[in-house]
Design a binder for this molecule. Structure first.
Ligand SMILES: [Fe+2]
Ligand SMILES: [Fe+2]
Length: 240
């Protein structure tokens, strides 16, 4: 009886300490993994952004394209009330969406005239190529999805998969509008820029066919209000 009175608290103490230590070690491991994955993600994104800069050197006319698309897309995403996690993903995806152009021949990227059918086929591969390049980074899976889908069309006539409507990720539907608006209002080797008003009219023309009508509506409303979208997106742009 006496023996049990002494031994029981000691055994309980050691078992308790052991369990406490195991819990502490597990939490430490989880914390480390979280810190490393954040660092890893940031470093990987910086490396990929350097690759995107390399494309900007090849194609000087589109130098600010990714930044512009990011600001337009983030302003839309915020206005639509998307979550912080979705906004972070869209931000990363915009920055790298045309990464696949690194595999497109310079003479096609900078051709001053209309592309032939064969050249356009090669240009179209950049959406898939970007997704393939990014795929090994498992933690970028949502970014990869948006990059792959950024040329899909709302009515299913886009590429590479020809998916339509809500099957296209909301990030890709937002990016499609932001991407097209910046492409139309910026100079391209094969044509001069059009005015913002004309570009907005084009988006409305293709609302429901090429673009998600809700996204077009939000973007047009923001632009017509005379909002500075770079300012609206500013806060969200500083997420990382
Ligand atoms: Fe693209
Ligand atoms: Fe683009």
């Amino acid at each position: 009886m006496d023996l049990l009175t002494y031994i029981l608290p000691i055994v309980t103490f050691f078992i308790g300490s052991f369990i406490g230590y195991r819990i502490y070690r597990k939490e430490e491991r989880l914390r480390h993994r979280l810190v490393w994955s954040r660092l890893e993600r940031r470093n990987v994104m910086r490396t990929i952004n350097s690759l995107v800069s390399a494309i900007d050197f090849k194609d000087k006319l589109t130098r600010n394209h990714s930044d512009n698309v990011k600001h337009y897309a983030l302003a839309i995403a915020k206005e639509m009330g998307l979550s912080k996690a979705q906004i972070d993903t869209i931000k990363e995806a915009c920055q790298v969406h045309d990464l696949g152009k690194i595999g497109v021949h310079d003479n096609i990227l900078t051709k001053p005239g209309k592309l032939t059918e064969q050249e356009f086929k090669e240009m179209k591969l950049h959406a898939l190529a970007g997704a393939v390049i990014l795929k090994p980074f498992h933690f970028l899976d949502k970014v990869v999805l948006i990059v792959r889908q950024h040329h899909e069309r709302y009515d299913g006539t886009g590429y590479p998969d020809g998916i339509k409507g809500d099957k296209i990720d909301i990030g890709a539907r937002i990016m499609a509008v932001a991407d097209s608006f910046d492409a139309m209002t910026g100079k391209r080797p094969y044509r001069d820029p059009i005015s913002k008003e004309e570009a907005l009219a084009e988006l409305e023309n293709f609302s429901g066919t090429q673009f998600d009508p809700k996204v077009v509506e939000v973007f047009v409303k923001l632009m017509k209000k005379g909002n500075d979208l770079f300012e609206i997106a500013g806060e969200a742009s500083d997420v990382l």
